[in-house]
Write a protein that binds this ligand. Sequence first.
Ligand code: UT7
Length: 330
Amino acid sequence: MSKIRAAITATGGYVPDRVLTNFDLEKMVDTTDEWIRTRTGIEERHILEDGKATSDMCVEAVNQILQKKKIKADEIDMILVATVTPDLVFPSTSNIVCDKVGAKNAWGFDLSAACSGFLYAMETGARFIETGAAKKVLVCGGDKMSSIIDYQDRNTCIIFGDGAGAVLLEPTEEEVGVMDSILKADGSGREFLHQKAGGSLRPATHETVDERMHFVYQEGKTVFKFAVTNMANVSKEIMDRNNLSGDDVSYLVAHQANLRIIDATAKRMEIGEDKVLINIDKYGNTTAGTIPLLLNDFEKQFNKGDNLILSTFGGGFTWGSIYLKWAYNS
Ligand code: UT7
C-alpha cells in the first residue's frame, strides 16, 4: 500500500481593510519611511478594528476555503490555530473558530510557537492525516499583533501587522504534499523576544500595565543574527536531506520578518530572486499569519508537483522548514 501523505488542497487568507503606512508611523514615533523600507522591506501593514479578534480573521480565511472547495463546515474533522494573540486565554481560539464557522463535528486546539506557529501546526495536522485519524484538517495561522504592540516603541511597532491565513489538509496517495519537515526549538532564546506580563509568571496588575509589560519586547539585533543563521541553515538542511539543489526548488515560502533575513536564506539555498515569494511590503510581519498568507497570495502561480520550501524563525526561539510538493493547479 502506498504511503498516505497530507496535501494542501485549498488556501484562504484575510487582512483587515485598515492600512497603517510607514508615513502614518512617521507621525507616531521617531522613524522614517526610508529607514523602515531599507531595514525591513515593509511599506504598510493592516490593522484590525477594536472589538474584533484573531478568530474573526481565521473565520474569514476558513470560509474562503469552504466556499472554494464547496464543502460544508460539518465535514471538517479538526481546526488547528497557531497564534500568540488568542481571543481569550481560554477557551482556545480553535474552539471559537469551530463555533463561528459551524464546524460542529470538529475538535482542535491552539498552538503557540510565535512566528513558527503555522509550520508547527501544519506538521501536527499532517500527522493526523497521515495516521488516518482525520480526513479534513484546517490549519490556521493568524495574529492580531496590534493588540500586543506598543505604538510608542519604534523598535517593534514598525514591523508588525494583523492578518491570518488557512490551508485545508487532506490525504493523498500521490507523490505530493508534506514530504519532509525539520522543526526546532531553543527556549533559552526567550529573553530576546517575549511579552513580559500577562502569563502565569506575571499576571496583569496595575504595575505591569503602567510599566507597559503587556507589549512585545524584542532585542532586534540579537534576534536578527539568530534568524539569519538558523533560517538559512535549516532551509539548506532540508534541501540536502532530500537531495534538492537550488534548481529543484520552485519557491521559497519564508516567514516575512525582514527582507534581509529572507534574502540571506535564498542566497544560502542558491536560488534566484524569482523563486522568493514576498508580501512583507504589504502586510509587515503578521507572526503566525505570514506563511499561509503567502501560500494564499501566490496560490495561482503554483503548479502541481512544484517543490516548495517553507521556512521560518521566531520567538522561543523556534524555527524550521517543511518541504512541500504542491498538489494542484488552480
Ligand atoms: O518575526 C520574529 C523574529 N523577528 C525577527 O526576525 C526580527 C529580527 N530583527 C530585525 O528585523 C531588525 O533587527 C530590526 C528591523 C528590528 C531592526 O533593524 P536593525 O538593522 O537591526 O537596527 P538596529 O536595532 O541595529 O538599530 C540601528 C539604529 C539604532 O540607532 P543607533 O544606535 O545606531 O543610533 C536604532 O536606535 O536604528 C535605530 N532605530 C530606528 N531608527 C529609525 C531602531 N528602530 C528605528 C526606527 N526608525 N523604527
